[in-house]
Design a protein around this ligand. Sequence first.
Ligand code: F6P
Length: 571
Amino acid sequence: MLHCIRPLRVRVDFYGTHRNGHPPGIPPSLEALRNSLRSTPLLGLFAADPQRFSRLSFDWDGWLVDFSKERVTRDVIAALLREAEAANLSAWIAALFAGEKVNQSEGRPALHMALRQQDDTPVHVDGRDVLPAIRAAQARITALAGALRDGRRTGATGRPIRDVVHIGIGGSDLGPRLVCDALGAILPAGEHPPGVRFVSNVDPEHLTRALHGLDPETTLFVVVSKTFTTQETLANAAAARRWLQAGLPAGAAAGTHFVGVSSNVAAAESFGIAADDVLPMWDWVGGRYSLWSAVGLPIAIRLGPARFAELLAGAASVDRHFRTTPLESNLPVLLGLVGWWNARLLGHAERVVVPYAHALGLLPAFLQQLVLESNGKRVQRDGTPLTLPSCAALWGMTGTDGQHAFFQWLHQGLREAPVEFILPLRAAHPAGTQQTLLVANALAQAQALLGGRDPGTIRGELAGKGLSAEALEAAIAARVCPGDRASTMILLPQLDARRLGQLLALYEHRTFVEAVLSGINCFDQYGVELGKTLAAPIIAALTDGSPLPAATDASTRGLVARVRAADAAAT
Ligand code: F6P
């Protein structure tokens, strides 16, 4: 259990459809609301309800989430909440925190919340309390980060480690990379921790750039892989080992320059990492939910164990909110319901995330894995095919940069894509008026998407410019912004470790909510296996000319032949 108040032990039917025996589609009540709203301009909804902003904005712990520019009403929210109850959402939330096997296809719980739990209530997995193991791992993270930060961790030649290279990919990379990038660029005065670099791509350019300028004697590699079988990570780790062996004095123990983070200790040891230098991962934590574990070691190294703890505490505060707050004022629930409404009922194929914070530049990439690897599914838990999408595609970049990249498309493209603005109100490092400009631009862009720019206004602006009638009409048409485009505005006080932990946990739990509403399992990812399997014979064909499988399509054959010819010509 994850909290001092024991929930009712819940048993939720993980395998059946989630509502009265018929598969999740579009419930009639929601369909009627959707049809009525489709023909109602957003500005009309504001005109009809002067209290719209206050009725559709939700506060919690300094956060404000404003849904009033979304194509929803209080009636829609109420209907979505009924849908959530029909989907047993409250029971699913309780089951998640109770350590039930909510990841039913892999027969596992999903207990990323246990990694940041602030009290010592036992956490049971298969009848065994795993909290002691979590606390032991946290102690090892603190000890190792401390030894690296104060120079006590040395390399094979006795010199203190000065640089750390994190090797991992997907959930073994994106979380710690995001947090270190967000909060580790400018440190408090007097802090001089090791530099932390990240390598994920098997493209040799990635590792080459990371190693550029580093000294093998003072470099430590943290190899992070839950399975310790991911080909990119193993290839990069092997290349790093060769780099070390080439750079260290003959006979020096390269293994002392490696730390492993994995659930597969045997594989890490066979790579050459001492057992004492392998920190644990567990199969009851999904990779994309694992930054709170030893996967987050680089965060503790770069920011210090205290700020890593603040990150976890922030996430834990959202856990408490999610677990205990009534659905109608529960931020992850409301975010998930509106996201589900946009994707499933309104049919939006895209979801654009625009953090108005340079420090959150890597957030869209992190959320792409979190959301699309979780909810990019085609069947429900019981294998029943989905009849409607369980999530929209997710993309984005920081504002104000996005205004000079894709906002043209958002304002004048033929297809609407709801935007999620994430805006810390106070700058971490104030510099003149920039923060005011940033905030004003975020609010203005949401306003422009809502209200657009009508032909009459433009006509007035162009009057007297001496344009011919034909040229005037063309000029007006080119300048019209239709508006009536939805967005959610998420305000937070500032971006620090605690608030970033809250933000990431908000998105973890909203992803779970959307999965429950669609009746899918958000904790497995079978879709990523096929590509890995198909790569093996192509690798062999490119490496030693092995024949491709007979069933290989002509395109792949032709491309392999072309690559082999290019390789032959280059040698
Ligand atoms: O993308 C597939 C995936 O299995 C992710 O779920 C995971 O985070 C990533 O690959 C890395 O896996 P591992 O940590 O086992 O190397």
